[in-house]
Design a protein around this ligand. Structure first.
Ligand code: F0G
Length: 470
């Protein structure tokens, strides 16, 4: 592979009736002709592509090169929209696939069949860094001095860390009031982001930041930015790498704004087109029951990709209805508390490419599964708990077989939302009543409460159920 040669990349409208193309130097979050979402496309230059995916692995032997060390830019030939010297990296994507036999057993999967892709290991503690490194690169490419995003917390933490570490641009983050876990909000504040807390939820914040970025010279870093998706493709490359370049049977991912699942679908579409894989895995996107727009569209209303022509009537009617009744998303998994996912159409493509399924799981299932995952040492935030809850459901239904190889994407770190963890474990009725009960979480079967005991040997020995040594 030769580094540094930029193959032709361009932005292209997703709408097959339009297919307008735009230079990568343009700042767009939708097609300027028809307002559809945009993809980043490539005139693949085979001479600079690897012959097989395992060629990328060799880069790990040159970890002193920051681009080879990055778990995103290690795969840069597969997202080649900028030259090496323009790429922004802060060491993102040092995440590895972990086999978890204890959880496999709990899910009724055979030993060696369940894997966790632990994206909480990223610099800002969530998968968002995979995309933000690409958006930051593009922001640098176009000379942006000011960037912004709306967020349920992780996008803002990620943008803020890139702004803080690189000093390339300032950043403004928009969050809904009372809608963001403290771990995440504290990151944005700590990394120096200008933080605007608006009255409203994520859907309101995103609509507002889109409007402001259209009117003022501010670069938008939400996942309507097609460059973000390019970075997030690499999560799938690392999953394949972790499996010795074998394709798993299932990828299971929580769905919120649907950027991640969309990026995964695009990754597999391209790898298949390039002949670098011979089959694609199936995709399971898991919604929280209180924020289940994709589930409704996919399972309830039968909305499909339909060769890039999904029914606009179905989408418009349902969104109009949401507006009329002021329907709001509500889930303890605040990361995915989203009713109007902007990447809906791209997610439909991903579900098509990957023969996907969509399920919704309750907050009770989410917090229980979060605790079960954490008990095996992989602390993750509530949204990530939806993955294992989804696997349990799909095993019950027989959709996932006991011998299938299943990869769950743990999207964010446990320390993002310590309040919820404490409400679950502490045994403090007041905490649970405030945080968990309103969401219908009344039982904490996997709680591990602290044992309160006098500072006295005999009392401690008794509490531990040990035989006295005397
Ligand atoms: N998991 C976590 C931990 C997230 O933070 C998010 C999204 C998702 C899953 C859903 O991913 O939106 O690509 O479907 N968080 C966004 C944010 C919305 O603002 O941090 P998606």
């Amino acid at each position: 592979m030769s580094s540094g040669v930029v193959q032709t990349a361009f932005q292209q409208c997703l709408n097959p009736e339009c297919r307008a193309t735009f230079d990568v130097g343009q700042v767009l979050t939708a097609c300027s002709r028809c307002n559809s979402l945009l993809d980043i496309c490539y005139d693949w230059n085979r001479s600079i592509l690897p012959r097989q995916l395992s060629d990328f692995q060799q880069r790990w032997s040159s970890r002193l090169n920051p681009l080879d060390y990055s778990g995103v830019w290690r795969f840069r030939e597969l997202l080649r929209f900028a030259a090496d010297e323009q790429l922004v990296t802060i060491g993102e994507g040092q995440t590895v696939l972990q086999q978890n036999d204890r959880l496999a057993a709990a899910c009724g999967l055979q030993s060696g069949r369940l894997f966790l892709q632990y994206e909480g290991q990223n610099p800002s503690g969530s998968f968002k860094d995979n995309g933000m490194t690409a958006a930051s690169t593009h922001a640098r490419l176009v000379g942006a001095k000011m960037t912004a995003c709306a967020s349920t917390g992780n996008t803002s933490a990620s943008l803020a860390i890139y702004a803080g570490v690189t000093g390339l641009f300032r950043c403004i983050v928009f969050v809904g009031s009372g809608k963001i876990a403290f771990g995440k909000l504290s990151q944005a504040l700590d990394y120096g982001a200008v933080t605007i807390q608006i009255r409203g939820d994520f859907d309101d914040a995103l609509a507002r930041v889109r409007q402001i970025c259209e009117r003022y010279p501010i670069y938008l870093c939400n996942s309507v930015n097609p460059f973000r998706m390019e970075g997030q493709k690499t999560i799938m490359f690392r999953v394949l790498e972790g499996l010795g370049w074998q394709v798993p049977d299932w990828i299971v991912v929580p769905g919120g704004n649907l950027g991640n699942c969309s990026a995964f679908g695009k990754a597999f579409l391209e790898l298949r087109q390039l002949g670098l894989i011979d089959r694609v895995p199936r995709l399971a996107v898991i919604n929280a029951a209180g924020a289940s727009t994709l589930d409704e569209f996919w399972n309830g209303l039968g909305l499909r990709w339909n060769d890039g022509r999904p029914s606009t009537a179905i989408m418009r009617d349902r969104f109009d209805q949401m507006d009329r009744h002021d329907e709001r998303a509500a889930t303890l998994a605040s990361a995915i508390e989203i009713n109007r996912p902007v990447n809906l159409v791209k997610a439909l493509r991903a579900l098509e490419v990957c023969d996907g399924v969509v399920r919704s799981v309750s907050d009770q299932e989410i917090v229980d599964c979060r605790a079960r995952i954490a008990a095996t040492g992989f602390g993750c935030e509530p949204a990530s708990g939806a993955t294992v809850a989804g696997v349990l459901r799909l095993r019950e239904e027989g959709v996932i077989a006991a011998g299938d190889r299943v990869v769950c994407i743990l999207t964010g770190h446990q320390l993002k939302d310590p309040d919820l963890t404490m409400a679950y474990h502490s045994g403090d009725h007041n905490l649970a009543a405030k945080k968990l009960h309103p969401a219908g979480v009344t039982a904490m079967p996997f709680a591990n409460p602290p044992i309160v005991v006098d500072n006295d040997e005999a009392a401690i020995v008794k509490a531990l159920g040990l035989q006295s040594s005397g």
